[in-house]
Each structure stands twice: as structure tokens, then as C-alpha cells.
Design a protein around this ligand. Structure first.
Ligand code: ZN
Length: 371
């Protein structure tokens, strides 16, 4: 059997195991027994109890036979919805779903790449230092698996194999994200008989939002309102509106400034109009940023060059498990693995990209060993 058909078969095995976020039990069990078959020491951490998901994170170790730089790779086991009963179809050099579901290449392409690499390391007798693998649960539901991750990984740096874009794309920076919830409270009154006795929460919310900086704030910062809920009959002045919003920035100070601007808009209007507001905010994850002189980026760039591709180093507007690993002191960047149109039923991956993932991982491993 050629290497090509082995990774494709592996990929298909993985995507046909249902693993929508929260329901990672089956794929975790599959992977634990696969690692055992491959002779790789692996275990599941205890984070399922914290996250409430049906599986925790899986940690595996490929012991080194050489002294270099110990590194790690990470991918996530969960998928977005609709991710049950996926029927992969190979057509025109791509793998698609049948159009009724996502494909789940995000992020099973990364997992398939790691598994294929394990085969090839052995077959090609490649020297390497210790390699750790972390397969997370709950990436798609706010990075909860990596957020709860507490294992001590004795590594220098690592890679999340979890970005769209062709192999060669290197996400050297990713933003912090904060989520905010605003409950604006007014006062109800009969809208026809005594509107002056009421305070409209909808009016306050609309005024506050019109004062908020939103959308693209600057090259590093964005903000968005995702939900606005205020409802009642037309003859009553609406007394409550709930707003859910987010802000992101590559720069923590700018993020905090943005959050403050949004809070102030709410406070100013509610105070002026005699209403009240409950504000809740939470930093979901923290930004990371590396330059081309940092080992984690340099190694990835050289690996891409060794494959005959052009390294495209760029920041991302989105977070990934890499954000949490960085926060825990493990320099981690995210790499493009070739999947496209993720989180849609049109999701696909080119066979040629899927086949190249293990080569990318092997080049990184070889470079880490030569350090
Ligand atoms: Zn992903």
C-alpha cells in the first residue's frame, strides 16, 4: 500500500467517527487504541471533568533516539456541527463531504498527518528527540480543552496543525479575545398611556451601540456585537435588552482600551437616561506574537522552504489552541494544513495538501534534531 492511500484511508477513518464538540468520546477511544497499536505511549488527561466534554485531551510521547530539541504537535479531535454521519467523497483531487455535513478536515487533517508521520518516522528510521503529541477536545467551543490543559510538557516549542490555507502558511501571531455581555435595564410603562414614565432599554441599547467603536478598529483590533435581544409587545416600553459582544486584538492594551470604550458607551447612556446596566466580561484567550527570528517561526519557515514551498508568515484574526499553549509557557504557532471553507458544508482538502502534511511535520522534526 502506498503512503498516499494510507494517509487518505486514515483521514477517512477519522472523519467518519462522529466527534462534534462535547462528544469526543468515540474518537478519543479510537485514538487511544490506535496509539497502543502503533506502540506509542498515550493517555487521556482529567480535563473532561472540568470541561464537561465526554473526553479530555490525549497526550502521547514518541521517545527520542537522538539529542536535539524536544518539540510537540497539537491538533483537535472535535468538529463543529453538522458533523455527524460524514460521508467523504474523493473527486477531482479533493476530499469533500456529501454536502449534508461539514467534512471535518478541521482538524482531522492534522491528526491524520501526525499518525502518518509516526509510521514514516519508523519506516524511514529518522533520528529525533522526544516528540509529544497533544490531541485536544473542545477547540471549537472556545478552546476549552487546551484551556484546561495542565500537563507538564518537557518541550522547547511546538506547532498547532490547525489553520486553513495551503501548507506554507505560518501563523506567527494571533489575537486576544474577550467576550462581553451587557444587560441594559430600563423601566416598563404603557407605551400609549404613559410612555414618559417608562425608560426604553431598546432606545438606550441603540444609543449606546451607536457610540461604540465596532468592526475594524485598527490593523490589530476588531470588535463585534453578535447578539441583541429585547422583546415585548408594542404597547409596553421595553425594560430589558441583552447584548453579547466580542473584541479582539493582537495587543493586550488595545484590547483593554476597546473593552473600556464599549463599557463606557453603555454606562454613559444608561446613566444619562436613568436606566441601569449589568456588565460581564471575560478574557477567553490571550494573544501571542513571534517574529521570524524566533526559533519556533524560523524552524517552520525552513521546513516549508525544504518542501519547495514559499513560507507565508502572517498574523491571524482568530484564536486557536496555540493561544492557550503560549499562555502556559509553551511557544506554539499555528500552521496551514491545506483545508478550505471550514465550518461549512463546502469544506474540502486537496489530496496533494493532505499528503504533504507528514512531510512538513518530518521536516520540522529533522530540523529540531539538528539544533
Ligand atoms: Zn480547527
Amino acid at each position: 500500500m502506498s503512503k498516499h492511500s494510507r494517509i487518505v484511508k486514515q483521514f477517512i477513518d477519522l472523519v467518519t467517527i462522529d466527534s462534534e464538540s462535547g462528544k469526543e468520546r468515540d474518537i478519543a477511544d479510537y485514538l487511544l487504541s490506535l496509539f497502543e497499536e502503533l506502540g506509542i505511549e498515550a493517555y487521556e488527561d482529567g480535563t473532561a471533568e472540568i470541561t464537561g466534554h465526554s473526553a479530555g485531551n490525549i497526550i502521547a510521547k514518541i521517545p527520542g533516539n537522538s539529542k536535539g530539541t524536544p518539540i510537540f504537535f497539537t491538533s483537535h479531535m472535535d468538529t463543529v456541527v453538522p458533523g455527524n454521519n460524514i460521508k467523504p467523497i474523493i473527486k477531482d483531487g479533493y476530499i469533500y463531504s456529501d454536502g449534508k455535513t461539514i467534512l471535518g478536515a478541521d482538524d482531522k487533517a492534522g491528526i491524520a498527518g501526525i499518525i502518518e508521520t509516526i509510521h514514516q518516522l519508523k519506516e524511514d528510521a529518522i533520528d529525533h528527540d522526544d516528540i509529544y503529541i497533544v490531541l485536544t477536545s473542545g477547540e471549537e467551543t472556545g478552546l476549552v480543552g487546551s484551556g484546561a490543559f495542565q500537563e507538564d510538557l518537557p518541550v522547547q516549542y511546538g506547532y498547532a496543525l490547525d489553520s486553513n490555507g495551503e501548507i506554507g502558511k505560518i501563523i506567527s501571531a494571533a489575537p486576544s479575545q474577550a467576550r462581553m455581555s451587557f444587560v441594559i435595564k430600563g423601566k416598563s410603562s404603557h407605551a400609549g398611556v404613559s410612555p414618559e414614565k417608562g425608560i426604553s432599554a431598546i432606545t438606550m441599547a441603540a444609543k449606546a451601540i451607536s457610540k461604540m467603536p465596532l468592526g475594524r478598529i485598527d490593523a490589530e483590533t476588531t470588535a463585534n456585537i453578535g447578539s441583541f435581544e429585547g422583546k415585548g409587545p408594542t404597547n409596553i416600553v421595553c425594560d430589558q435588552v441583552s447584548i453579547i459582544a466580542e473584541a479582539r486584538s493582537l495587543n493586550q492594551d488595545k484590547l483593554e482600551k476597546q473593552i473600556q470604550a464599549m463599557e463606557e458607551a453603555i454606562m454613559e447612556v444608561t446613566e444619562k437616561m436613568g436606566g441601569a446596566a449589568e456588565i460581564d466580561k471575560k478574557q477567553m484567550y490571550y494573544a501571542y506574537s513571534y517574529t521570524e527570528s524566533d526559533a519556533v517561526v524560523k524552524t517552520a519557515m525552513q521546513a516549508v522552504t525544504n518542501l519547495g514551498r514559499k513560507a507565508e508568515v502572517q498574523p491571524s484574526g482568530g484564536g486557536s489552541d496555540a493561544n492557550h499553549f503560549n499562555r502556559k509557557g509553551l511557544p506554539t504557532i499555528n500552521l496551514g494544513v491545506g483545508y478550505e471553507f471550514i465550518h461549512t458544508k463546502q469544506e474540502r482538502i486537496a489530496l496533494s495538501e493532505l499528503e504533504l502534511i507528514p512531510s512538513l511535520i518530518k521536516e520540522i522534526i529533522k530540523l529540531a534534531n539538528s539544533k
